[in-house]
Design a protein around this ligand. Sequence first.
Ligand code: ADP
Length: 911
Amino acid sequence: MNLGGKPFGRFSGRAQDPLPEHRAAQPGKDTALHLLLDHQGRVLEVHGAQRFGVQPVSGADTTRLLLDYLVPGSTQALEGTPADWLGHSLDLDFQCAGGAVLHTRGWVQPHADGWLLQLLDISDLRREGQQAHNRELCMQLSLSLARQLRLCSMARLPQVTQESLQRIGEQWHVPCIALALREEGQPDWSLFSVYQAPGAAHLWEVGQSLGSALDSLSGSRHSGQAAANEQPFQFRNLLGATDGLCMPYHDQRGLCAWLLLGFSTRPVLMRESDWSHVCAALAGPLLERLREQQQAEHRERVQALEGLLGTGWWEWSPATEQVQLAPQLAENLSAPHTPLTCNAWLALFHPADRDELSIRFDELIEHGKDLMVVARLDLPQNAGQTPWYRIQGQAVGAGSQRRIVGFMLDVSEIKRQQLQATAAHARLDNLIASSPAVIYVQRYEKGALVPAFFSASLQPLLGWTLAESQGAGLIEWIHPDDREQYFDRTRQLLRFGSARRRYRLRDSKGNYHWLLDEAKLLRDDLGLPIEAVGLWLDVTEATETTERVRRSEERYRVLVEDSPAMICRYLPDLTLTFGNQPLAAYLECTPQALPGVNLGSWLSTEQRAEFMQRIARLTPQNPVSTAEISLQLPGHEYAWWVWSDRGVFDAQGQLLEVQAVGRDNTDVRRSQQQMTQSAKMATLGEMATGLAHEINQPLNVMRMAIANMLKRVSNGDVEHDYLQDKLTRIDAQIQRAARVVDHMRVFGRRSEVEQQAFNPAQALEGALALLCEGLRGKGIELRTECLSDALQVRGHVDQLEQVLINLLINARDALMSKRETDPQFTPWIALTAGAGDNSVRVTVEDNAGGIDPRLLERIFEPFFTTKPVGLGTGLGLSVSYGIIDNMGGRLSVSNTGHGARFCVELPVVEG
Ligand code: ADP
């Protein structure tokens, strides 16, 4: 295909010339064809410049009619013979070789014996006419496309563009059309819209990137000048099309679109200028719309940003002398309406900042001096926190074009932070100034650290100034004994980056302060030291306090060492970790030998078990326990220690160690025992009368029996039975006396020996055996209910017996004194015993009226008695109380409806 070439010659250079009405009959050299016809219209000869091109379509060589040379159907009405055609203008289309058509116009005239048909080539004329028509069509279509693109909604823009391409394609039979655009600032072109005729080869698709290949089609695509040089580009196999055309589009921004046309046969009627027109009609409005959209988006973004930042532009125009504000800014400032007069604008700001802003604004307007002011807005009271704005402005343009433009930026947050930082700084300064601390900076200079800054607290704390510290000042202030410390601190600081030391520094008055120096070395990016920043903390007081504590500890140590009490610490398994001198003295060793010794080795097996049990009961809540412990010490028979333990626990409540203080109670205990003994003796004395009576009775009976026997023997009327009866009676009385005496012996024994397990029933029996007869003799009813169970309690049986005797005697005495006032009264004593949960309970109750409630609390006090002088000792109950307590039990008293009721409770022991 030869698109540019002209297959046919022209009839004339001036194709638009009207056809000459009368032409010379002679075939001229201008005529394309002249044919000689016979009267029937048969072609006899063919002449003229174009004669070689025309070909007959049909008919035999000899009989060819003119019609046989014409393109079928192209001639409106060529009927009849040449004579009929005379005087008519004939438009005839001849079939040429290769399918080409020769458009001609001509007329017939008689010639010799036939007719001469002279024809002019009007192909150019025809083409130009068609082209003109086509151009008009093109214009109309372009206008319509441009209109649609301008009017459609943004959302439909791609669709409408695509439809436009389709209309172009359909109009000029172009199978593939695409529009390539380039985003601003991007190097690559990409296809914005693509049309593909049905059945056409698939060349392109929407969004396809073309790289910068299209740029190579134009030499200088960016410059405006280049537009003139830009040529439409015909391509072959470029971008996948077999053939086609690339039409560039330029606007004020330069080359910004390409219309790509891919076809197999180029539409002849479309000239490049037409294509360029179509391209402009498409790309122009499209780009306009796209840029509009971009701008709208950009505006939206800016507005959003302005809203977020609280910023916006303002502009003062000299013509109106008014200030225009960005809409968002005007809203933020709650400006009534813009533009504002200058005064209205200034009135938006706080009176405190208004004057400054006004002056700076005037300076800007008059002298063009840049404006930069930070000012508060004037908000009504209680409107919350005052916003701060930074107002900047400058003059742009000159002469009549001069304007003042600027922006306002909400700096409230920064300002607030600034204020907070300032306040924090001031507080810190204040804190440092009032604390015993100095912050310092030492500059690094050739391996030395030179004082460069001290906080203001230096003066009140040490009385020095920065100037005085320079030179050899600082090192001279340091206590001579501590200078080595200081040098060491500097060495460490430089080597490891931080140091902490304590040394003494002299103040300006000559007093030394203990300072704790904490310093850190700061380095630059290369790791080279820049300066050391540090803190001096005055720890004089703390240091002195530590010293005092040390001394005090020493004193306490001496105190513990020299305490008369035994002080020790031991582990839960009773291994001593520490013991003082007195403890060592008791254990007959040195304090140094005590750690490792087991305290349990001086306790009997039972005592140790009891001791361990007591220690096991210590808890963080109840860490203290006191007990009297009995030990078998070397060289001592028995020792009784009052022993106070305090448990030391870890965080989990586990007993770690026990701290104990002990006091030797052996002497006290001995005298207590002696007292019990004396009380026993007193009871014994009391009982002596009873005993004399008790023993007198059997003796009297024996005496009388013997007197009677002697009388009978002397009378000689003695009988064997009688003798036997009397002797038996004497024997019984002797046995009774022996029993009484036997019990008396119990009182003679001291209960110094260790406690034994025994059945309390024994004590009950013993007491009853001693007192039963006497009580009955005094008319007192004795109600007894003895213990049936074989239980065991720990202690001394004789002591419990003594307690019961005491209680029975007290009851007896109370009953006797009551009967003195009421002879009708029937006295009784109830002695009961019973077993409870792990305990034995023995009660002695009487019906003597009880004890005055006011005296109840006091009756266990030693020497408390209500009995006449010489009769009561006031020791009975107190000693009894001690005995029961010693047995781990409890002696208590209460009043019943009839009288007093004493209760002895004792723990039962196993086995
Ligand atoms: P004493 O018997 O030598 O006075 P006690 O210590 O045995 O010493 O008794 C103290 C006091 O308790 C008695 O003087 C008495 O007032 C009171 N008392 C003891 N037992 C009884 C009792 N069963 N009824 C009333 N008072 C009692």
